[in-house]
Design a protein around this ligand. Sequence first.
Ligand SMILES: [Zn+2]
Length: 120
Amino acid sequence: MGLPYVRLHVVASGVAESPRLEAKRMDEIAAVARALNFLADLIEARGEYYYEEQNVKRWILDGGGKSGNCETCEDNADRDWIPDEDTFEDVEGGDIDGPPAHPNCECELEYKEKRVRVYV
Ligand SMILES: [Zn+2]
């Protein structure tokens, strides 16, 4: 998804009433063309990416009970924000949706929306 390539070429032709008037008109046309090309550059630059809201989640460590948190909890908490559709991993590399990862695990998930640039 991108914006169409916008570019203006101005071609002036015809016979003017006087060389002085024609020169003045050409200057005016050139000024308009420069302004439009400047806008086209802005539109093209903006077309390189757009913003999208992405749902993300992260693993929040809790006390972990008497025995403390397990490696699974600590590793997943270290990953910080990840896309909502991703899964967490246990120590063997298996997928888990979230806590609890062990007996007495009181970790929680936190969710938010993040604004991300999507490059086209
Ligand atoms: Zn835990």
